[in-house]
Ligand binder design. Structure first.
Ligand code: NAP
Ligand code: SF4
Length: 690
């Protein structure tokens, strides 16, 4: 156990005023002190290529630094002009840009945090093929990479060192060397991608030489207080990845080479095991970090699905790590640490790990933001200006759109009344919370409930607003949501036909043979719910078993031999998931999570049928036509998941009174009703109120 480890805050834990004694304890790194154990992990925001990028980045990071985070890691910065993709923009560090970077680092330092620049080379993840230790195409790549020569490898190591030198000149406190997620350095480390037989491949010692030379050369080029954090792949989750012994041996070699901290990476981008989605149990991978922490003296950072102060505190208190990294949770709430410190954890806007506004945006080259916090990465263009006068605002409907609008308007100083026909807030979110693996969505409702209290919104539950109720307001916002769309085949009044809401809430008991009509987001949700085993996925062990993660350390890459689901106790249901469109079911689901949902459908043995024509429902079941042939599915229930239509029944009576409401969320556009659009629109409408 190191001196640094022995500084773990046992004394502070007796400080009853400190709600999270391990998390909030400072960390002395010998010359540099972090004010607490929180790290904002690296995220590419999309701000990096804007014309006013430095001002945007400074505002983005300033909000997080002012919110109390200890250490920030920037989004990946190319170690040379091609490092993030030869065809893309040059996102490397240039001497001409140092003043811009100084604005960022100064702003962060003024708010009391430290900042590392992440030095990144993506290697064979370049869509054009890029460069790699060996000419082996990635399963998610489009082209075979160019095999680096020895001279090119030497030049690349110099690029890392030059990047670190410039980072120091720009005021960064250090660099994070990105050595995980299957990027270039990881490609050298693993036999999966390194088939060389020269000084840079073959034996383990030669495969890790690239990583170690980079650290040594950065160390030689920097002063002793310059931090070097290495993001180490603790678990590759791909075949022919590193063994646990290799991960530990590399961590020890990195320590000897001079790293200050070791951060955790879990899973390559091409891995087929979910590592950060909402279905991954909180803190699931901290145990892997523990194996490294036990073997080195430098502080070690845990990562992945750590989204509350309590989860973070538990990881540190257990001794799994010395710090915790949270990237998305600090998108969701820049004041995460300040609220935790002030005993206001119940006010934290918790990341629900949906990926919808962050990683899904990154993978489609859009600016990231956050589903639950549309201000994220829009700090400069969404100012929260105080209302000019305390005008009265009525918001009708307490789903995500209405909640966001009501709370934002109240924060600006408006007198807001929120009408909700149901006895509770949340709208369609109440259904999402009931889907196994989406329990996190409850956190958003908890957050909004607390914000309604704090901002003094007058909430009228179980009150379906009529036009008369809305006459005395200066602004009326309709967030009345959606009604399920009724398909047009015969037999919809048959007792076996149920709505998705009835299936999800349990209002109707569902039988053993079920046809799900509609394979959109909700069709997949219903499929998940109806086939969910009693235990699988509910605990970390079950989760690992379901997805084939070997926690014993016995296998390369940490993959269990079989990628089998533990479905022994699954409900004995036979389920058909149906859609009219040809092609794969669920093809339109989100980039970063759709593959997980399609995998689950496969694991559970559901019958997926596309290109179907619905004919009718009767006592024999659901009659279909597939490829021109008639077929009957003898099912007990037919669950309609056929999308929604806008509910706008207040529009006409309001118009009759001369009231022109603002319509938002599903009431505005049902075709794409999702919480990201709803919360964003509700927030922006509230910001635009005069
Ligand atoms: P959806 O994604 O639009 O899917 C509706 C499904 O019903 C489609 O598969 C459609 O496919 C079918 N359909 C539409 N009209 C039909 C008709 N008249 N007769 C028969 N079938 C019909 O809608 P949703 O599943 O209700 O989801 C609503 C929104 O919630 C989505 O925009 C989604 O973003 C969001 N959501 C997201 C998630 C998620 O995991 N990210 C989960 C749940 C909901 P065919 O026309 O080809 O049959
Ligand atoms: Fe978390 Fe979803 Fe926000 Fe991304 S979009 S930070 S996953 S809540």
């Amino acid at each position: 156990m190191s001196i640094l480890h022995s500084l773990a805050p046992s004394a502070l834990s007796e400080e009853t005023a400190n709600p999270y004694p391990h998390l909030l304890a400072p960390l002395d790194l010998g010359g540099v002190t972090l004010r607490n154990r929180t790290v904002m992990g690296s995220m590419h925001t999309g701000l990096e290529t804007l014309p006013d990028r430095f001002e945007q980045l400074a505002a983005f990071y300033a909000a997080r630094a002012q919110g109390g985070v200890g250490l920030i890691v920037t989004g990946g910065v190319g170690v040379n002009a091609q490092a993030l993709g030869a065809a893309g923009p040059d996102e490397s560090l240039h001497a001409a840009d140092l003043d811009g970077h100084r604005l960022v680092t100064r702003t962060i330092h003024d708010a009391g945090a430290k900042v590392l620049l992440q030095a990144l080379h993506i290697g064979r993840y370049d869509h054009g093929g890029g460069v790699a230790p060996s000419a082996i195409r990635s399963p998610i790549g489009r082209a075979v990479p160019h095999e680096l020569s020895g001279a090119q490898i030497e030049a690349l190591i110099d690029d890392y060192a030059r990047c670190a030198t410039l980072a120091a000149q720009a005021g960064y406190d250090g660099v994070e060397v990105m050595g995980s997620e299957g990027y270039l350095i990881n490609q050298f480390i693993a036999p999966r991608t390194n088939r060389r037989n020269d000084a840079w491949g073959g034996s383990f010692e030669r495969r890790i030489r690239f990583a170690l030379e980079i650290v040594r050369r950065i160390r030689r080029a920097s002063d002793e207080h310059f931090m070097v954090m290495f993001r180490l792949s603790m678990l590759d989750l791909v075949e022919d990845g590193s063994t646990r012994q290799e991960v530990i041996a590399l961590a020890q070699a990195l320590e000897a080479a001079g790293v200050t901290l070791i951060n955790t990476g879990i899973g390559w981008h091409e891995a087929r095991v979910p590592t950060i989605a909402t279905c991954v149990p909180r803190g699931a991978f901290a145990g892997f970090t523990r194996h490294v922490r036990d073997a080195v003296s430098v502080p070690v950072v845990a990562a992945n699905r750590i989204n509350t102060p309590a989860v973070a505190e538990a990881i540190l208190a257990r001794g799994d790590a010395d710090l915790v990294s949270m990237a998305r949770p600090l998108l969701a709430d820049p004041d995460f640490v300040a609220k935790a410190t002030a005993h206001r954890a119940d006010e934290i806007n918790t990341c629900i790990a949906c990926n919808q506004a962050c990683l899904d945006h990154t993978f489609s080259a859009r600016r990231v933001s956050c589903l639950v916090n549309p201000f994220a990465a829009h700090e400069r263009d969404l100012p929260l200006a105080a209302a000019a006068r305390r005008a009265r605002v009525a918001v009708v409907g307490a789903g995500p759109a209405g909640l966001a609008c009501a709370v934002t308007a109240a924060r600006r100083g408006y007198a807001v009344t929120l009408f909700e026909a149901a006895p509770r807030i949340g709208g369609q979110f109440n259904l999402a919370c009931r889907i196994p693996g989406k329990e996190e969505f409850r956190e958003t409702l908890r957050y909004f409930q607390r914000q309604l209290e704090l901002t003094g919104v007058s909430v009228k539950l179980a009150r379906r607003a009529r036009a008369d109720d809305l006459e005395d307001f200066d602004h009326v916002v309709l967030a009345t949501g959606v009604v399920p769309r009724a398909p047009s085949f015969e037999g919809l009044d048959h007792p076996s036909v149920v709505s998705y809401a009835e299936a999800i809430t349990g209002a109707k008991a569902i039988g053993q043979r079920v046809a799900i009509v509609g394979a959109g987001g909700i069709g997949f949700d219903v499929a998940e719910l109806l086939t969910h085993p009693a235990t699988a996925g509910d605990t970390i062990t079950d989760y690992f078993a379901q997805w084939g993660v070997d926690a014993s350390g016995a296998t390369r890459g940490g993959l269990a031999a079989a990628h089998a689901a533990t479905c022994a106790d699954a409900p004995a249901r036979e389920v058909w998931l149906l859609q009219r469109k040809p092609g794969a079911a669920g093809a339109g689901l989100a980039v970063t999570t759709g593959w997980i949902r399609r995998s689950v459908v496969k694991q559970r043995g559901l019958h997926s049928m596309t290109g179907v024509e619905y004919v009718r429902v009767d006592d024999n079941g659901l009659h279909l036509r597939v490829d021109g042939k008639a077929r009957v599915l003898a099912v007990d229930h037919v669950v309609l998941c056929t999308g929604q239509e806008s509910r706008r029944d207040l529009l006409a009576p309001l118009a009759a009174r001369g009231i022109e409401p603002i319509v938002i969320g599903g009431a505005d556009v049902a075709a794409e009703i999702d919480a990201k659009r709803a919360i964003d629109q509700g927030t922006r409408v509230a910001l635009g109120l005069a």
